[in-house]
Design a protein. Structure first.
Length: 344
């Protein structure tokens, strides 16, 4: 069993070094074979769920055939006048309204919505959606269920057609300033902040702003707007006809959903054409760029990821690998702009 490895002492292949190394390399070989950079809207299999009283189909993650590690995206279709079951889950979710009008009740609060609005249904809050219009309502729901599953913490409860129970604040006894008492107080304060945070963005209230990356953008769900998600964030951007977003790279996993328009993405040197309803996925730290292929129509896309909460931890763990990089030239100009140096 013991073998000599060149330049080392005699080593045992059963040692923890080899166990771990084999596991990690076989995982990565397997993942590289499985991952996909495009999810097709036309491939979404909408399936009737009586338990949910809605049609549900995964664009990526779930049973879609497009595996995801951090986030997934599903379409929820609610018939006119219908409401979904009341349920809660251990994953966080943000919804983008693709079509129709309706309302979502989260605990004791009710939020009316229409096309291109966004909502946050927090992990473990009871909630349900209803269609108040005369046409089908379609929501794109993005969740961190794959990440929660990785941690072994998945849980879903469905209560059927009953009103959602209100969220309860955590009661904490009089506390000391340190140790377990401090931990208890911090957890209660963080839960309280989540309960009181923002839940809904009206698209009509947004101002799209010019970005140095060649697009007009607005954040829909983000901590800068008062949301407290687990890290899920949505930004909407529009690429002008015939234009492109600048080339850049950052860690995965990010999903770009095509709300309107047609074009293509170049991800790690491969070109992926897309159209309305498709999703482009950036799985890893590779250069990528999104192009509007139409000479006369704007392309509207939303990008979703869940790393806002973990980016600093990733930065600390991956230092000195940068967590965001623009193409050479732009990177230096943008840093100078942020440092307040005038463009010559
Ligand atoms: Fe839900
Ligand atoms: Fe990106």
């Amino acid at each position: 069993m013991l073998r000599k490895v060149k330049g080392t002492e005699v080593v045992d292949p059963r040692s923890h070094y080899f166990v771990q190394r084999r596991r990690r390399s076989s995982f990565l070989d397997d993942w590289r074979r499985q991952r996909k950079a495009i999810a097709r809207g036309a491939d979404v299999a909408m399936t009737r769920s009586d338990a949910r009283n809605a049609n549900v189909g995964f664009l990526c993650g779930g049973d879609s055939g497009v595996p995801m590690r951090m986030i997934d995206a599903r379409i929820i279709e609610i018939a006119p006048g219908q409401r979904t079951s009341t349920h809660r889950h251990s994953h966080d979710a943000v919804c983008f309204v693709l079509e129709g009008q309706g309302a979502t009740t989260i605990g004791s609060q009710r939020f009316a919505w229409m096309r291109w609005d966004a909502l946050h249904t927090p992990a473990w809050s009871w909630h349900r959606h209803e269609n108040t219009g005369k046409t089908p309502a379609r929501l794109l729901a993005i969740t961190d269920a794959p990440l929660v599953r990785t941690l072994g913490l998945s849980r879903i409860e469905d209560a059927g057609d009953v009103p959602p129970e209100p969220d309860r604040p955590i009661r904490v006894p009089a506390l000391g300033p340190r140790g377990y008492d401090a931990e208890l107080a911090a957890a209660a304060a963080s839960w309280e902040a989540r309960l009181g945070a923002r839940r809904h963005t009206s698209f009509g209230d947004l101002t799209l702003r010019t970005s140095p990356r060649g697009t007009r953008t607005a954040l829909l769900v983000d901590q800068s707007l008062g949301y407290r998600t687990t890290g899920l964030s949505i930004a909407l951007f529009q690429i002008p006809p015939g234009q492109k977003q600048t080339n850049h790279r950052h860690p995965g996993e990010a999903l770009l959903y095509i709300v309107e328009g047609e074009g293509y993405s170049v991800i790690d040197g491969v070109k992926y054409p897309w159209t309305q309803g498709d999703g482009a996925i950036v799985n890893q730290y590779v250069w990528h760029q999104h192009f509007n292929g139409s000479p006369d129509k704007v392309a509207t896309v939303i990008r979703m990821h869940m790393w806002e909460s973990i980016i600093e931890t990733m930065q600390a763990a991956m230092d000195p690998i940068p967590m965001y990089e623009d193409e050479p030239g732009l990177e230096e100009r943008m840093q100078a702009f942020m440092d307040g140096k005038p463009e010559e």
